[in-house]
Design a binder for this molecule. Sequence first.
Ligand code: ATP
Length: 597
Amino acid sequence: MTDSQRSGIVRDINGPIVTIDLPGIRSGEQVRIGEIGLVGEVISLSGREARVQTYETTEGVRPGEPATGLGWPLSVELGPGLMGGIFDGVQRPLEKIALESGDYIRRGLAVPALDRARQWEFEPNTALELGRELGPGSVLGTVQETETVLHKILVPPNVQGELEELAPAGDYDIESTIAHIRDERGHRHRLGLYHRWPVRKPRPYRRRDDGISPLITGQRVIDTFFPQLKGGKGAVPGPFGAGKTVVQQQIARWSNADIVIYVGCGERGNELVDVLESFPKLEDPYSGRKLMERTLLVANTSNMPVVAREASIYVGLTMAEYYRDMGYDVVMLADSTSRWAEALREVSGRLGQMPVEEGYPAYLASRLAAVYERAGRVETFDAGAGSVTLIGAVSPPGGDFSEPVTSHTKDIIETFWALSKELADARHYPSIDWVTSFSGHVHTAAEWWHKEVDRHWEQRRTQALALLARDAELSRIVNLVGPEALSDAQRWQLEGASLVKEGVLQQSALDDVDTFCSPQKQFALLDLALSIYDKGMELIELGVPVNELQGLPQLAKARRCKSMYNSDQVGNIRALASEIEKAFEAIRLEYAKQRVA
Ligand SMILES: Nc1ncnc2c1ncn2[C@@H]1O[C@H](COP(=O)(O)OP(=O)(O)OP(=O)(O)O)[C@@H](O)[C@H]1O
């Protein structure tokens, strides 16, 4: 036992909540419970008694067994070796654990997150001279963590002072000393290649940064219709089987973020297996290497109790903030915040707190807000910029978006990609519903699109959404009185909306050409669909019958165009647009001739 550790005894066990008697224990402190040494955290205190939320099942633990306070809050190790890793909800490396205890994880196992034996090639920061005043986030040097990630070794947030010693270039394990810093009180801090940080405390930064940079995901319905910014907060609510996993994987794979953190906080076991199996196989389209070289996964295993999901989100967020502090853009996907909220509900129930809506505690909304609040784009202490974009999947029971987790999430986030069962049933993928989804970033993203892609982006986007709304109204009429009741102009509106749906919104993740779509191709496809619609409407207003336009072979081509040309072939899409324009012009001339005759 170290100096900071204190021991006491277990008094009572109520599922994952254990009451212990341990004088001097502090709120949030990590505890080891029972002979077996289960991992837990103090969640409430009353005199010398503490209630501990354990992250492993308490089966077999009896009153009277020992409890040890470790002297520090639930923390994570931050240093080289995180990338490519798969950790459980309290940052134990799953592969290492499997080696030590087989497929079924032995409870109470203490395996550090970072490999102690591995050597890293450290390159000191040559701009630093001894005696220099350093502060949180100062870069001491770098380590090539994977082929794709250069890991900056940072002075931890709570250290400030004069650099007394910096290790020369060479191979070091993560516990080796690489620097000494003396603070103003004369205390000498030994710094290694890693440090620890408590997961429930957001890592500090210099200030929020309001630079605008869209998170390009290569998915048209997201980027063009409901855009996200780097550092934004978003939610993907969806009923069972509507495509949440595919949407998240597409974002992980294709978004222009540097680092991807996926937290599987308690989705069904088989889904997690899917994720654990599929992620390591994914190829990074930008480097041609494995996506795992810039990804890390946090996955709650099935032998951990429901309440363990609660910690995993903070574990993921802290690692995300750490890479943000190095100046990287990080995307964190949390699957799903509903399961995380269920963990809150269970703990609060066992603590006997008053339930509010559907059994959730009154603090559900504030906890959710505090989690999302950790997303953002910031100016780091080192004066670079980094971001954490947080995207949470929500799995509302029965697909009911009015339930508490979805409705509170909706108030907090800025981007809401609502998956629809009807669209998924109709095989319209991604099944993001354009009526219920929203993005609070449209005007901000427009600045980027207008500068980088086309100045008509926002206007075209608005026009497409208006056309889709009109389509919904007209479809209701058709359902009531049949298509014959529609005028030619109305039929052409339906045709235009269908071009937008099929030619732009639908995008198969399984289509090699279309799985990713560059912003330029996104706009070209949208512009193509809407130009066809606009030009056709001019002809219909001149009296050309709608059937004549609907029969044009180029229309079918416009629908398929997304899969015919990749992102480097935007010129071909524009060529098709002029071909269609010529075909329309020919019809107009023909029609004008007939009218004269
Ligand atoms: N963008 C897409 N392109 C092509 N197919 C898709 C797309 N999205 C979803 N699908 C199809 O829908 C199926 C179900 O998707 P997915 O597994 O993502 O659903 P889910 O919402 O995660 O399910 P659950 O509710 O179980 O979490 C996929 O296996 C795939 O066939």
